[in-house]
Design a binder for this molecule. Structure first.
Ligand SMILES: [Zn+2]
Length: 149
């Protein structure tokens, strides 16, 4: 336990330093808590799973309004090229997809990424997460994203 634990802590520490030094700022804009629409003329319609007021100016007829939680973190950025796709077997990955690698030390961000919908913003480019993977040590997160027009 002792040696392995120290080794893992060393990996975490050096990885975190690397992400901080070499990473780019990525803004994770993820869905937060859900609130009922505040319009008194807007009610939840169980049958249609939407608002009873489809033209509600507050919720747009959805009834539930989600807050957005934003996090900005340093991540290593990699854009997928055609050559890599030929050389690697990467299921579901397309040319122009972007992988982001960052530290998993922020459990709040990680849990939100794994459970909620949202977008990531990199240099004003909007990205949609396709997969979230955590490495075997649980120290590094890789998010594969695709561009959103
Ligand atoms: Zn409403």
């Amino acid at each position: 336990m002792g040696i392995l634990k120290r080794r893992i802590n060393h990996i975490i520490k050096s990885e975190n330093e690397f992400f901080e030094q070499e990473g780019q700022d990525v803004t994770f804009s993820l869905r937060g808590e859900k609130h009922a629409c505040s319009n008194p003329d807007c009610h939840w319609d169980e049958r249609y799973q939407a608002s009873s007021n489809p033209t509600c100016s507050i919720c747009g007829g959805k009834y539930w309004i989600y807050s957005t939680t934003s996090y900005t973190r340093k991540a290593l950025i990699h854009w997928v090229t055609g050559l890599e796709l030929k050389e690697l077997e990467m299921g579901g990955v397309k040319v122009g997809d972007c992988t982001l690698t960052f530290s998993s030390k922020d459990e709040n961000l990680l849990n939100t990424l794994l459970t909620e919908k949202g977008y990531l913003f990199l240099d004003k480019k909007k990205l949609s997460p396709k997969s979230v993977t955590i490495d075997n040590f649980g120290t590094t997160v890789v998010v594969i994203t695709s561009r959103v027009a």
